[in-house]
Design a protein around this ligand. Structure first.
Ligand SMILES: Nc1ncnc2c1ncn2[C@@H]1O[C@H](COP(=O)(O)OP(=O)(O)OP(=O)(O)O)[C@@H](O)[C@H]1O
Ligand SMILES: [Mg+2]
Length: 313
């Protein structure tokens, strides 16, 4: 059995009246790439900040390789952080930035330079190593950010939304890098809003909202939560209240409401033969529908079922 590398137990954190984490618990095994999926405000950055030691005044515990992460400061050197908000010296080049951030660790200079050059190659920035960061595109900055998180050869890498604000090609590139890091034995936790990203590269997925983990498992395990159902996505110019009111007037037999928001709702049917009658019911009540999609159970359906909301930015 794989060794548990990180065990988070009952982490709670509030900002005044706002509860960001509420008895959050999660464990990670060595070599796993865990995708932590959560909508805006779910508590992802709060979690990463606590684990990286930049946020205080919380309760709960976390052990890393069996030791208390919060009392043994040396353990921090075994963890790499790729924060949501990037911090660089914009006038310096990529290599200089890597040398600076790596210099905060106890690494002999020659070895540090070797690693910095190697990492620039991994994130495909070797050709731009000396150019000031301020000339970099968003995707290039994200890649450099990952290299900085890896410069001290951590055993665990925590990435907070590493693919936000970049184009599709740059995203693919970053996902490849993360997948390779995992394959080389480094454990990875990365947070995201993007369902497709976790589907593509994660060995395990945790869905969180409002500071707690709502479900976790492999993709197949999570999809089983929804079961063998047909998912109907209804879109149109309607309010959540109007949709709910009309749905309440149907017999609803055998149908599960996964989510209802303004302009979109998701329904799950155990028996697909019931779908036409439900659609007729919606049309009969003049619900302004512009689009209808029938889908097989997928991660999106699980997410909707667990959180009641969609992940769109
Ligand atoms: N410095 C702060 N002061 C007050 N409230 C905060 C602060 N930071 C976060 N919060 C609140 O805590 C909750 C969790 O925020 P957090 O940034 O951890 O969420 P997130 O999952 O990272 O969201 P996003 O996807 O938008 O990055 C939110 O309700 C947020 O408004
Ligand atoms: Mg965040």
């Amino acid at each position: 059995m794989q060794q548990t590398i990180l065990e988070i137990k009952n982490l709670s954190k509030s900002y005044g009246e706002t509860i960001a984490l509420a008895n959050f618990s999660l464990s990670l095994k060595k070599g796993e790439v865990l995708g932590l999926l959560g909508p805006n405000g779910a508590g992802k950055t709060t979690l990463i900040s606590i684990l990286s030691g930049t946020l205080r005044d919380f309760t709960g515990s976390a052990s890393f390789k069996g030791q208390d992460l919060f009392s043994d400061r040396r353990l921090k050197n075994l963890i790499g952080i790729v924060p949501q908000e990037m911090a660089f010296y914009e006038d310096l080049g990529a290599l200089e930035n890597l040398m600076f951030w790596g210099g905060l660790y106890d690494i002999p200079k020659k070895e540090l330079k070797r690693r910095a050059l190697e990492l620039l190659a991994v994130v495909e920035l070797s050709a731009r190593a000396k150019e000031p960061i301020k000339k970099f595109s968003g995707g290039m900055k994200r890649r450099l950010n990952i290299a900085i998180g890896l410069v001290h050869q951590p055993e665990l890498l925590l990435l907070d939304e590493p693919t936000v604000g970049i184009d599709v090609q740059a995203k693919v590139n970053i996902l490849d890098i993360i997948r390779n890091i995992g394959q080389q034995g480094t454990s990875v936790v990365f947070t995201t809003h993007q369902l497709s990203e976790v589907e593509q590269i994660c060995s395990r997925i945790a869905i969180m909202d409002k500071g707690v983990v709502l479900a976790e498992g492999t993709l197949a395990e999570l999809i089983r939560i929804v079961g063998e159902k047909e998912i109907v996505e209804v879109s149109g110019e309607f309010s959540a209240d109007a949709f709910s009111a009309i749905i309440r007037q149907s017999d609803g037999n055998g149908m599960e409401i996964l989510s209802v928001t303004d302009n979109q709702a998701h329904l799950a049917f155990a028996d697909s033969e019931r779908i036409p009658a439900m659609m007729q019911h919606l049309f009969k009540h003049h619900l302004p529908i512009s689009d209808l999609k029938i889908k097989s159970p997928n991660l999106e359906a699980v997410f909707l079922k667990m959180t009641g909301r969609s992940l769109r930015d």
